[in-house]
Write a new protein. Structure first.
Ligand code: ZN
Length: 167
C-alpha cells in the first residue's frame, strides 16, 4: 500500500502547490515553445508535452519560503512551512511547537509566553485566524489547490483527498 502524499492538520486547511510543468519535446526532452509544433533540437514535428520543471518549482518554493520567513517572525504559537509531498507537489504545513495553551496550566502558560492561560488561548486563536487568512491569500497568489480529506488514516495522514479549486 502506498504512502499518503500530504499531511492533514486538525485546525488548518490543506493547501497544496502542484509541481511546475513546462512544455518539452516528447522525443528528446528539449524545452519547446507552447505554440510551436516543431522541436528546435531534434526536428520532432508535433505538439510539446508537459514535463516536471525542477527550476520553476524550486523558484516558486524559494519565493514562498521567503514570505513564510516574514510570517513566522510575527508568530508566537505556530510555525508555518512549505514541505514537499511524499510523491509530488508541496503543501503549507502548520506546526505548534509547544502544547496548545488550552491543554496547559496557568503557571505553565506564564512561564512559556508570559501570559495567563485565558489570554494565551485568546492570542492563539487570533493567530490561528491570521494564519488561515494568510494561507488563503498565498493559495490565491500561487494557484494552490485546497484539498479536502475524505478519508484519514492513522497519524492524521490522508492519502485520499477531494480537490477543490480556489476561486
Ligand atoms: Zn526534440
Amino acid at each position: 500500500m502506498g504512502k499518503a502524499n500530504f499531511r492533514i492538520m486538525r485546525e488548518f486547511p490543506l493547501y497544496v502547490l502542484p509541481d511546475a510543468v513546462s512544455p518539452v519535446c516528447p522525443e528528446c526532452g528539449e524545452p519547446m515553445e507552447e505554440d510551436k509544433c516543431a522541436c528546435p533540437a531534434c526536428g520532432y514535428d508535433g505538439a510539446p508535452v508537459p514535463a516536471f520543471d525542477p527550476w520553476e518549482t524550486e523558484y516558486a518554493h524559494g519565493q514562498i519560503r521567503a514570505m513564510l520567513d516574514d510570517l513566522n517572525a510575527a508568530l508566537t504559537f505556530f510555525q508555518v512551512s512549505l514541505i514537499n509531498g511524499y510523491y509530488s507537489g508541496a503543501q503549507l504545513y502548520v506546526e505548534e511547537p509547544e502544547s496548545s495553551p488550552v491543554e496547559l496550566e496557568n503557571a505553565v502558560c506564564r512561564r512559556i509566553w508570559d501570559l495567563c492561560r485565558s489570554a494565551a488561548v485568546r492570542r492563539r486563536d487570533i493567530e490561528r485566524r491570521k494564519i488561515c487568512r494568510w494561507m488563503e491569500q498565498a493559495a490565491d497568489a500561487w494557484n494552490m489547490d485546497e484539498l479536502i480529506c475524505v478519508e484519514c488514516f492513522s497519524g492524521g495522514i490522508g492519502p485520499i483527498a477531494k480537490k477543490r479549486r480556489i476561486s
